[in-house]
Design a protein around this ligand. Sequence first.
Ligand code: 5GP
Ligand code: ZN
Length: 114
Amino acid sequence: MSEDCVFCRIVKGELPSETVYEDDDVLAFRDINPQAPVHVLIIPKRHIPSLADVGPDDTELLGRMLQVAKTLAEKLDIAASGYRVVVNCGRDGGQVVFHLHVHLLGGQLLGRLA
Ligand code: 5GP
Ligand code: ZN
């Protein structure tokens, strides 16, 4: 846990969030500034600053985060229309919060990035 990390504070319940999924290791909640009708952030409960900081021991955790994205897409009714998962990493990747997170975006046609 990191004292001044906003997502660690959400995990600890010190900051409110609209939780959409939780298990022992993973938490998912609505983005405070949604960029699409569905915009959910999927995070590990453990503080990992970014994708650049994951190691071989985190392979299962990363896989489970993507499984949660897929399951939430179904639950939030965007699986049939399609959706995007995004991991911003580092400055040029546009990462603002340095606690690893997967964005799940959908509910409208998303512009192409790549
Ligand atoms: P990044 O650019 O780091 O990939 O995205 C960080 C995301 O976290 C942004 O989409 C931003 O709106 C979201 N965010 C930042 N602070 C909070 C917060 O306190 N609560 C919630 N729910 N989302 C947040
Ligand atoms: Zn954190």
